[in-house]
Design a protein around this ligand. Structure first.
Ligand code: GDP
Ligand code: MN
Length: 352
């Protein structure tokens, strides 16, 4: 049905005027880390790497989130190393807990069985809270109401190369809404029914949500019969919060549907396949941005430019022979190939 032209499109971002954090031409963009007090060493490693390679030039604010209260040691240690402002957020209980529909006894049985089968984090309860939080809750934090882009950074990661341009502004100026650096196959044992529900949701219940120029071929090799497991590795993730919040994209309703099925607890659905499936279908593939050549590393995978001149210009501290990004087990090539996109001209990213 046609809408009168003067009516603004319904949008969470439009409801309140955005309160600006910065006085220059930048948006309200932040670095975001969900992290435990015990991971202070790992967080300091990540901060030092990220500051040296990127943030000492831009001074973005760094916000830390925890289901427990941050210790003074954690706050003092991290605030000393961040060149922007810092914020520490303690999650309200319901952000890291069971929703009402979950049968806790059944969830405990699943954990026991998945543990016996040695499925990664199969026996962990907290890992499931974390995945559900990252799938459907973080963007509901009141503190994030005015945030535009966030860059997720985990403890114990490395940025092995200089990042000589403002990635947030690059994304903003090029209408990019979701950014990733690595992509790979998922262990199907953690998501036995995620695809059938996702397929039903988007192609039977809500086909109107599916973008015309989507990234479907990245996630299915057999025209939708199965999910091939390819997912953006969300431990590195840069995204505009409106794609989670704004009802016109439909992400929240998809999350509600998944949450009603209980698969975060009765299986072990990860936020990586959930984000990937959703945004591969809800966004235009041109709104998805591959971030190359950061030398990013998170166990057990690492990015490292294979192009020697570039590696020198970016002062990379990594071994190109260990690069996973363009390895045949990585899904990054597939992203470009199935969409008919040109693989990045890596040197063009370099500003002299
Ligand atoms: P992996 O990358 O899949 O192996 O999982 P991680 O253990 O790295 O967890 C992903 C992110 O969530 C990291 O930033 C962790 O610090 C954070 N995280 C995981 N579990 C918890 C938790 O129980 N509490 C808090 N505060 N953070 C968590
Ligand atoms: Mn991790």
């Amino acid at each position: 049905k046609p809408e009168p032209e003067s009516e603004p499109k319904s949008s969470v971002q439009d409801e309140k005027p955005v309160e600006k954090f910065y006085t220059d031409d930048r948006g309200n963009d932040i670095i975001l880390s969900l992290v435990r007090n015990e991971e202070l060493d790992g967080m300091l490693q990540s901060i030092r790497q990220f500051e040296r390679r990127f943030n000492k030039k831009y001074h973005y604010d760094w916000w830390f989130v925890n289901d427990k209260k941050f210790t003074e040691e954690f706050i003092n240690g991290t605030s000393n190393e961040v060149s922007g402002n810092v914020k520490y957020i303690t999650l309200p209980k319901e952000f890291f807990d069971y929703p009402d529909n979950i049968d806790r006894g059944k969830a405990a049985k699943v954990r026991e069985e998945m543990g016996k089968k040695k499925i990664a984090y199969g026996a962990s309860e907290s890992y499931r809270f974390m995945c559900r939080f990252n799938s459907g809750l973080f963007y509901k934090l009141p503190e994030l109401a005015n945030v535009e882009y966030y860059w997720r950074v985990e403890p114990y990661v490395k940025f092995g190369c200089d990042i000589n341009y403002d990635v947030f502004q690059h994304m903003r100026q090029n209408d990019k809404l979701y950014g990733f650096a690595m992509a790979m196959g998922e262990d199907q044992k953690t998501i036995p029914t995620l695809w059938e529900h996702t397929y039903k949701y988007f192609f039977e219940m809500h086909p109107e949500l599916v973008s015309k120029r989507n990234n479907f071929k990245f996630i299915s090799d057999d025209d939708g019969a199965t999910y091939n497991g390819c997912h953006f590795w969300t431990n590195f993730e840069i995204a505009h919060l409106k794609i989670f919040k704004d009802p016109s994209y439909g992400y929240e309703s998809y999350f509600q549907y998944l949450d009603s099925l209980g698969g975060f607890f009765y299986e072990r659905w990860g936020d990586a396949p959930v984000h990937t499936l959703a945004f591969s279908l809800l966004l235009d593939v041109d709104q998805i941005h591959f971030v190359p050549d950061t030398g990013y590393a998170h166990n057990p995978n690492q990015d490292c430019p294979r192009d020697n001149p570039l590696k020198e210009i970016l002062r990379c501290n990594c071994q190109a022979s260990k690069d996973f990004t363009w390895h045949r087990w990585s899904c990054v090539s597939k992203f470009f190939d199935v969409n008919g996109l040109q693989r990045p001209d890596t040197l063009s990213q370099v500003k002299k």
